[in-house]
Design a protein around this ligand. Structure first.
Ligand SMILES: Cc1ncc(C[n+]2csc(CCOP(=O)(O)OP(=O)(O)O)c2C)c(N)n1
Ligand SMILES: [Mg+2]
Length: 677
């Protein structure tokens, strides 16, 4: 073996043994995948990946996604060895409380981790979003002789990634969009948790990807560094097709007794086997051993990264001189700043008893914002005519039109959610996605991760209740609002009319984190803001829309979205009976909870226990606001097919029913007071 080859081998074994030792020390984790994929990952990082370990946020870096997040130690070893701010001490604390080496990779934690992975398939689709963002920005900013955007997106994907449905969706779309800068290394090790892939995964993977339109290659020996490098080079040369390189590896490579077996997948090798592996790989007894020549060799990535970045900096400076305005815009986009006057064209809707569906008002608001915010891009899972999310005159993002801002996700909600995450993670763009609310279940996994990562993604979810009508219970969401509200960090907003919808979009643009807009299919009256409080109250999550005389209610009616107008009517009926009624519009629990105690108390005073909530969905959670004496008018059952007005009426969403519930609550509160409790 030549010296260089020896050194390569030493580096690869360092990665393997760091994974073995870290998992051993943590007494949990996944050593097998890093041991098998160490050579491929090493070649990619050493010879191809353009990154700057000293500045993990350098905007034109190649993106690297470890979709098979269970192999986290592979990534941590690479980050440590190539000079990221991840000392060996942190590798010793793998999976421990407060360490920078959590059990599965978490975006930005440590710096250098591009996205949170672990739920298989997500990273695969995140990469597609990153590659879309890269092409969109390249089209917008690059000029002849001035290429400031131009990077690859790489991922390591596993059997599990390829089995999960989301990868099928994302792969299909990636090929359609001709994302040639997408290069995925597939850890083709024939093993998953339960054993050999023969158990459940026997299709011809390469034929499948070829059929999508991917460029596919096979590396027969996962330890053949030259073959891996040649395959990556060929993938880079492929301009139009995304690339899948199946690298035939051996899980747990180096372990005499567990290599090639699922036993090395998800548990420590054990002290004996770890020792045997050391001997087998010719490794010293010292744990977390990094040979000096390995440290020196791998850390050259730091210097190389600085040079790449400096070269890019010079090109950016030249670009700034040639195109100062564009350069300013580029900076602003990357910083996530909204341009001055971005909300200037937002519409104000006059009172109108006939009104409009909030999906329509949303379409108007979205387009008004999009005209001022040119990096707002998004689309729908084949429902744009219904979700009203098409950006007028903004073109489609397609293989031949990279500047288009309408993303055509096709009927692929799950991939849409994960691609939106990839877009947001990449930076430079503000993504939104849309579908019927009932289908948010199809993209719940990426919504959850968006919330975990605090990504700025807007979900436009229309047809938000039994107001869907004729399509029936399969299309009428009842539990989805509640299901989304339980996701920490996700802001759910259900506006009551056209003007609240405009305010909801305003909030969505400013909130740091993912936002759901729950919108109606059916028309709602545009409330008369001359008589009622302004819609700007939406920003606080809940506000007094219409108050009792002197602001001293004996009864509070709380409603969201399409039930607000109905609740206002019920209030009038009760007022006719001399009741002091307050109506609170409550479009967002999360925004309300973020208000100071004094504000919350002013809207829902503790001294007024007579409260009724009205929302066309399951009642779970509303008791927090209506209390033990209050009542939640909702729908703890599935809906039913029929004209929507009939459905609302039959299922209890009538002025009479709400008023009756309120009177009952008032009696209960009175009886309770009398009993002296
Ligand atoms: C969505 C999802 N389902 C299940 C799991 C649990 N899980 C972790 S790894 C894995 C499969 C392992 O097979 P493979 O992806 O081939 O990884 P390898 O064992 O080869 O490293 C499973 C089922 C998960 N992480 N994500
Ligand atoms: Mg596998």
């Amino acid at each position: 073996m030549s010296g260089e080859k020896n050194l390569d081998q030493l580096c690869i074994n360092t990665i393997r043994m760091l994974a073995v030792d870290a998992v051993e020390k943590a007494k949990s984790g996944h050593p097998g995948m890093p041991m098998g994929m160490a050579p491929a990952a090493y070649v990619l990082w050493k010879d191809f990946l353009r990154h700057s370990p000293a500045n993990p946020a350098w905007p034109d870096r190649d993106r690297f996604v470890l979709s098979a997040g269970h192999g986290a130690m592979l990534l941590y070893a690479l980050l440590h060895l190539t000079g990221y701010d991840l000392p060996l001490e942190e590798l010793r604390k793998f999976r421990q409380w407060g360490s920078r080496t959590p059990g599965h990779p978490e975006a930005g934690h440590p710096a250098g981790v591009e996205t949170s992975t672990g739920p298989l398939g997500q990273g695969f689709a995140n990469g597609v979003g990153m590659a879309i963002a890269e092409r969109f920005l390249a089209e917008r900013f690059n000029r002849p002789g001035h290429e400031i955007v131009g990077h690859h997106t790489y991922a390591i994907v596993s059997d599990g990634d390829l089995m999960e449905g989301v990868s099928h969706e994302a792969a299909s779309l990636a090929a359609h969009l001709k994302l040639g800068r997408l290069i995925y290394l597939y850890d083709d090790n024939h093993i998953t948790i339960e054993g050999k892939t023969d158990l459940a995964f026997t299709e011809d993977r390469l034929a499948r990807f070829a059929a999508y339109g991917w460029h596919v290659q096979q590396v027969a020996d996962g330890n053949d560094l030259a073959a891996i490098a040649a395959a990556i080079r060929a993938a880079q040369a492929e301009a139009e097709r995304p690339s899948l390189i199946a690298v035939r590896t051996v899980i747990g490579y180096g372990s005499p007794n567990k290599a090639g077996s699922s036993k090395s997948h998800g548990e420590p090798l054990g002290p004996e086997e770890a020792k045997a592996t050391r001997r087998n790989l010719g490794w010293p007894d010292e744990e977390f051993h990094v040979p000096a020549e390995v440290a020196g060799h791998c850390r050259r990535a730091l210097e190389r990264g600085r040079e790449i970045e400096a070269d890019w900096g010079r090109r950016l400076a030249a670009y700034g001189r040639a195109f100062p305005e564009l350069a300013g815009e580029y900076r602003q986009w990357l910083a996530g700043e909204l341009p001055a006057g971005w909300d200037r064209e937002l519409p104000v809707f006059p009172a109108d008893p006939k009104g409009d569906a909030t999906r329509n008002s949303s379409g108007a608001a979205l387009n008004a914002i999009a005209r001022k915010v040119p990096n707002l891009i998004g689309g729908s899972a084949d429902l744009a005519p219904s979700t009203k999310t098409l950006l007028k005159d903004a073109g489609d993002f397609q293989a031949g039109s990279r500047g288009g801002r309408n993303l055509r996700f096709g009927v692929r909600e799950h991939a849409m959610g994960a691609i939106l995450n990839g877009l947001a993670l990449h930076g430079g763009v503000r993504p939104y996605g849309a579908t019927f609310m009932v289908f948010c279940d199809y993209m719940r996994p990426p919504m959850r991760l968006a919330a975990m990562m605090g990504l700025k993604v807007v979900y436009v979810l229309t047809h938000d209740s039994i107001g869907v009508g004729e399509d029936g219970p399969s299309h009428q969401p009842v539990e989805q609002l509640a299901a989304m509200r339980v996701i920490p960090g996700l802001t759910v907003i259900r506006p009551a009319d056209a003007n609240e919808t405009v305010e909801a979009w305003r909030a969505a643009m400013e909130i740091q984190g993912p936002v759901v807009l729950a919108l109606t299919r059916q028309s709602l009256p545009t409330l008369d803001r001359g008589k009622l409080a302004p819609a700007a109250g939406l920003a606080k999550g809940a506000y007094v829309l219409s108050d009792a005389p002197g602001g001293r209610p004996e009864l509070i009616l709380i409603a969201s979205g399409s039930e607000v107008a109905l609740t206002l009517e019920a209030a009038e009926k009760l007022r006719a009976r001399k009741l002091a009624v307050r109506v609170v519009s409550m479009p967002s629990w999360e925004l309300f909870e973020a208000q100071p105690e004094a504000y919350r108390e002013a809207v829902l005073p503790a001294g007024v226990p007579a409260r009724v909530s009205v929302e066309a969905g399951v009642t779970v959670g509303w008791h927090k606001y209506v209390g033990s004496l209050g009542a939640a008018v909702g729908l703890d059952r599935f809906g039913q097919s029929g004209p929507y007005k009939t459905v609302f009426e039959k299922l209890g969403f009538t002025v009479e029913n709400v008023a009756a519930a309120a009177l009952e609550v008032r009696e209960r509160v009175k009886a309770h007071a009398k009993s002296g409790k």
